[in-house]
Design a protein. Structure first.
Ligand SMILES: C[S@@+](CC[C@H](N)C(=O)[O-])C[C@H]1O[C@@H](n2cnc3c(N)ncnc32)[C@H](O)[C@@H]1O
Length: 479
């Protein structure tokens, strides 16, 4: 609807609404009483800073009531004698410099039709002052507050709420896990591991949270559904007196095509007294070790053929290797052929292992699966998964020039080809605090010429001169 513009001071009006239409305003002719000519009023619209310079707004056209009260000495209408001289929209939201010293007024964008209807529907209390109720939906909020639209505020009697700086009981009972408490949790778990201490170096702190929540140390295999050893009746022990003769003990197997017994251990002249080490020849062979057991007449721990089942004799430390994640080392000097520890975990069927492996592979997670396929190849094998439960050796990384080797060891189940232990032995002298490593895929190391590097394989970062470049020939072990 057209507006008649009253006479009065002549401001420059900057219209932020971009909605005023020149033809909505009638410019008055000469003032009949004074005979004065109407003075020019500059009416400027400003555009948003956009390449096209106009962004359509859901807004209605400007009318007299939409001019801020600051634009005029009269608060309820446009200034007198307003003459519209619409300037072309510019790409800047600031007034041009030439206008800076003039009496500049601003037309502030009005609410949308929807907002205006909502505001009109609310009958504001007449005593509200400050920003014009026409422009600012904040009035709506004030009204809602006055009408107790916020139930929490209404139901709280603040005068009876005492101010206390004590932490609430909830805070006391469930503190956020700190680095200290995470470490304490892990150390509690480690304290339950049999044998000399296992520690975690200070540089691991960044990696500890996940480990503390998702991993537990165990002292023996965790046998899962579908995994069964042979019946105990099939197992047997030797009839040797206390010291098993190395040429007769029935626990020892014969060399292929001969009656000579395969003797795995020798007393070591080095290392702590009583240290038994793998015979040098055994380190290079591919044989299973059969230790004497509770079934044998030699009776237990006094027999020299009890090394793995006597347990770990060296201290271990889990530390941060950087790009390869955790690693394992010992503060003790480890002599060639010395037993270090077993690889433990859940023992699962091959089918379960396949599912777990493909899930881990899809997530790009690390692999802790180890197949017990030393003696059986074509049957369904059992697999050790050290992901959630395991021993410290679960943190041993691969190296193409390793200082440790895994050897399968049967302690009590001599008749069982599918369930036995995996024991780590030192391949050479290992000075204190040297990272302990083994070859994840020893047959790969023997292949000549070396296999091509699979672009999807986990890259080997062992840094050795003879590095093969990948952990496993395919993307993941066994694929
Ligand atoms: C049995 S875990 C070894 C411990 C592991 N670093 C950790 O933080 O728990 C095997 C995983 O460690 C990593 N890893 C081991 N040796 C590696 C090597 N030489 N280069 C790169 N990554 C290695 C791989 O991610 C592999 O899947």
């Amino acid at each position: 609807m057209a507006q008649t513009l009253p006479a009065g001071p002549v401001p420059t009006v900057i219209d932020l609404t971009q909605e005023a239409q020149m033809d909505e305003y009638q410019v008055p002719a000469k003032d009949e009483k004074t005979g004065d000519e109407p003075r020019q009023v500059t009416f400027i619209t400003l555009a948003h800073r956009s390449p096209e310079s106009t962004i359509p707004q859901k807004r209605k056209s400007v009318d007299a009531s939409e001019v801020s009260s600051t634009t005029s000495t009269k608060s309820n209408g446009l200034p007198k004698d307003l003459h519209l001289s619409r300037l072309k929209a510019t790409s800047t939201p600031s007034p041009t410099p030439s206008l800076a010293s003039q009496n500049v007024s601003v037309v502030i964008p009005s609410p949308s039709i929807h907002q205006r209807r909502r505001m009109e529907a609310i009958k504001p209390p007449s005593n509200i002052t400050g920003f014009s109720k026409t422009w600012y939906p904040i009035e709506d909020e004030k009204i809602k507050a006055a009408a107790f639209a916020y139930p929490r505020a209404r139901s709280t009697n603040r005068s009876v709420v005492s101010l206390s700086l004590r932490p609430s009981d909830k805070t006391l009972s469930s503190p956020l896990p700190t680095q200290t408490s995470i470490r304490a949790t892990l150390e509690q778990k480690l304290a339950r591991v049999k044998g000399p201490p296992i520690t975690i170096s200070a540089d691991c702190d960044r990696l500890l949270a996940k480990l503390a929540a998702n991993f537990d140390f165990i002292n023996d295999y965790k046998i899962q559904d579908g995994v069964e050893g042979v019946e105990d009746g099939f197992n047997a022990g030797c009839n040797c007196p206390i010291d098993c003769p190395t040429n007769k003990c029935e626990c020892l197997t014969n060399e292929p095509d001969s009656n000579r017994k395969i003797v795995p251990y020798d007393p070591s002249p080095r290392g702590p007294p009583g240290t038994l080490i793998l015979r040098p020849g055994f380190l290079n062979r591919k044989s299973m070790i059969y230790e004497c057991s509770y079934r044998c007449k030699c009776k237990g721990l006094k027999c020299w053929n009890h090394v793995v089942q006597r347990g770990r004799q060296v201290r271990l430390e889990i530390f941060n290797t950087g790009k390869r994640g955790f690693g394992l080392r010992s503060e003790d000097h480890i002599v060639t052929g010395q037993f270090i520890d077993r690889y433990l975990g859940e023992v699962i069927t091959e089918n379960v292992a396949d599912v777990r492996e493909s899930l881990a592979s899809a997530e790009g997670a690390q692999s802790y699966l180890f197949g017990l396929d030393f003696l059986v190849k074509d049957e369904d094998i059992f697999v050790i998964d050290g992901h959630k439960f395991g021993s410290a050796t679960r943190f041993m990384n691969h190296s193409c020039n390793p200082n440790c080797k895994i050897i399968p060891v049967s302690t009590t189940n001599h008749a069982d080809d599918r369930l036995y232990y995996l024991a780590f032995f030192a391949l050479r002298e290992i000075p204190p605090n040297t990272e302990l490593t083994f070859d994840y895929n020893p047959t790969e190391g023997e292949s000549s010429p070396p296999k091509k590097i699979d672009p999807n394989a986990v890259k080997c970062l062992c840094g050795e001169k003879n590095c093969r470049g990948q952990l496993w020939p395919n993307a993941r072990k066994g694929q």
